[in-house]
Design a protein around this ligand. Structure first.
Ligand SMILES: [Zn+2]
Length: 179
């Protein structure tokens, strides 16, 4: 039911928000699992983990000498934003997959009860209903969840991440000016 097309999930929107690079996402996932500390060297702009001697961010192109300096941890709100993004995405994928399954359950009953041949033949009706549930449920759940849920969820989640990013950058710039 999962559509693990790497190209699809690695789609990088060109909307001015550099969150989240693949490396940052990996880092934050291992931090949230307790497998890694939230310590290291990160791009001062997009928080992508960078090597000890890197002068430039491989993800957003920030020059550390002239631009924003590297930081040694990822801000909590960026971490929260990824958690929130994944939650929203999962909610849409699972929600629509569930609707797909429900459609097969209800649609199967309606089908079996309305086809005259099946109406009086319990055994055939049961077999047909089972097939509709197994095959139809899977296909509908995959199609609605994996296709539409994935896309809608991504758009919704991305809009939130973008809003968070804009607020984050505004606060960051403001703090920078005051300093
Ligand atoms: Zn960067």
């Amino acid at each position: 039911m999962t559509f693990d097309d790497p190209q699809e999930s690695r789609f990088r929107p060109d909307d001015g928000c550099p969150l989240f690079s693949e490396a940052l996402e990996e880092h934050l996932v291992s931090v949230s699992r307790g497998e890694a500390p939230n310590r290291g060297r990160f791009c001062g702009n997009c928080y992508t983990p960078v090597g000890r001697d890197s002068l430039r961010c491989p993800h957003c192109g920030e020059e550390f000498a002239t631009g924003r300096k590297t930081v040694d941890s990822v801000p909590v709100e960026v971490m929260d934003a990824l958690r929130e993004q994944r939650k929203v995405e999962a909610r849409w994928v699972n929600g629509l997959a569930y609707i797909g399954l429900l459609t097969a359950v209800v649609g199967g009953i309606v089908f079996v009860l309305t086809v005259p041949f099946l109406k009086d033949r319990l055994l055939y009706a049961t077999i047909v209903y089972a097939l509709i549930l197994i095959v139809g449920g899977r296909v509908l759940a995959g199609f609605l969840g994996g296709y539409f849920g994935d896309r809608i969820g991504y758009e919704r989640a991305r809009a939130r991440t973008r809003a968070m990013w804009d607020a984050h950058v505004a606060a960051r710039e403001g703090a920078g000016r005051r300093a």
